[in-house]
Design a protein around this ligand. Structure first.
Ligand code: C5P
Length: 216
């Protein structure tokens, strides 16, 4: 996926109105938007379709899909049919569940991002212990797209070493959760930024300063 300026906007707002407004303010700099449960549950899968139509951007659906294979298939099909270019899938559920999403992605000509480890402190208790194994499973399955945390650079580096330099890693946790974009991009291909953009008085300015910080 070609991510302009290496920044993905996490559009975790509750209304289509504010989603459109914020995306509009940064659309000169951002071509990839992550839509997760807040917007999709508030406004439906139609939110994916509308954002894609309005901004002609990449849409990554962050549904952290984590069910049995048969249900995962249905979730992935619905997500891709709504227009998403990629879906984020949990790895801890095992290879058969992930495979179901990969098959759906292949049928639709879309992508799967495998979530290895999460960015919040609580992830240390369970996910940290298995995240390297999840990344290794992804490699065995031929997956090329991964999610790994910007808040734990040592973990991000470990996951990069496992998935290799030809894989594409997107990394959440920059800004509000404390991660730094430039440092994260030493190991990741793009950063995911939510609150520090969509809660800002001037989202465009925040995006510009992230871009400047990356160039330093
Ligand atoms: O607001 P903030 O910049 O912290 O947003 C981070 C985004 O990345 C949120 O949408 C969150 O759900 C998502 N995310 C994460 N950690 C992961 C995967 C996704 O924080 N491992």
């Amino acid at each position: 996926m070609e991510v302009k300026n290496k920044i993905i906007l996490a559009l975790d707002v509750n209304t289509m109105e504010s989603a459109m407004k914020i995306a509009g303010k940064v659309s000169d700099y951002i071509n990839t938007i992550k839509i997760g449960y807040p917007l999709a549950l508030a406004e439906g899968l139609e939110s994916i379709t509308q954002i894609k139509e309005e901004f002609d951007c990449n849409v990554i659906a962050d549904f952290k899909v984590a069910d049995i294979p048969e249900t995962n298939s249905k979730i992935a099909d619905l997500t891709f049919n709504a227009g998403a270019d990629a879906v984020i899938v949990h790895g801890f559920v095992g290879n058969d569940s992930v495979e179901a999403c990969l098959e759906s992605a292949e049928d639709h000509g879309k992508d799967v991002f495998l979530l290895t480890e999460m960015s919040h402190p609580g992830a240390s208790r369970f996910l940290k212990g298995v995240s390297e194994d999840i990344a290794a499973m992804g490699v065995e399955m031929g997956i090329k797209n991964y999610v790994a945390p910007a808040t734990k650079l040592d973990r991000l580096e470990k996951i990069r070493n496992i998935v290799g330099n030809d894989s594409f890693i997107i990394s959440p946790g920059v800004g509000a959760q404390g991660g730094d974009a430039a440092k994260t991009l030493r190991f990741a291909d793009a950063v995911i930024v939510g609150r520090s953009i969509y809660l800002a008085e001037d989202p465009e300015n925040v995006v510009k300063s992230i871009i400047d910080g990356i160039k330093l």
